[in-house]
Design a protein around this ligand. Sequence first.
Ligand code: HEM
Length: 174
Amino acid sequence: METLTQILAPWYMQIKFLHVISVAMWSFSTAVAYRDYIVPAFKSVEHNPNDETRIARRNDFMERFDSGVVLEHVAFPLIVITGLIMLIAGGWSFEGFTWLTLKLWIVVLVFVPMEVVDYYISHFGGQKLRIRRTGDMARYERYMQIHWLFFKISTPFIIIFIPLTYYLAIVKPF
Ligand code: HEM
């Protein structure tokens, strides 16, 4: 491990640059699309459940969002890889309960479970465009509702824990 730290240490700031730019892309790349397209479109269908135009617009926005969230999902593994490399390169210890301990608990207990669900409903079994191409519109509507529920549950966690993690990482309060 000592050798790895010696090899990586000279690149610490370059790795940190990659970490912070990945964190920025992960944190904010879908903010406007979510706030100004997805939320209004889903709410307008909730208020007008039989309006075909509003449903078509919601479906179009959600399929585009599934595609656009790729930015976030490329950034997340980069965050974890660069973060782990910095742990080694910087010789960070886990003695005591520090900013780093709490930050990693947030990553493990909040961000990782959230991303596992998000990967599945955006790119794998729950990808709306792929479901529409199978013609199974009952499954399509079911995953629209699952994704909307996911948004409603995950948004408060995102609003609280992302700024908190930035604060812990930059200010290092304890
Ligand atoms: C497995 C996941 C992660 C690990 C192991 C990790 C680890 C680290 C380490 C060791 C540093 C360097 C601290 C320093 O040199 O001052 C750092 C910096 C940073 N991390 Fe992470 N991190 C992870 C995930 C995250 C996440 C999810 C976020 C944001 C939501 C984040 C935001 C930051 C920021 C903003 C910095 C720069 C702090 C500064 O400039 O002083 N990290 N991270």
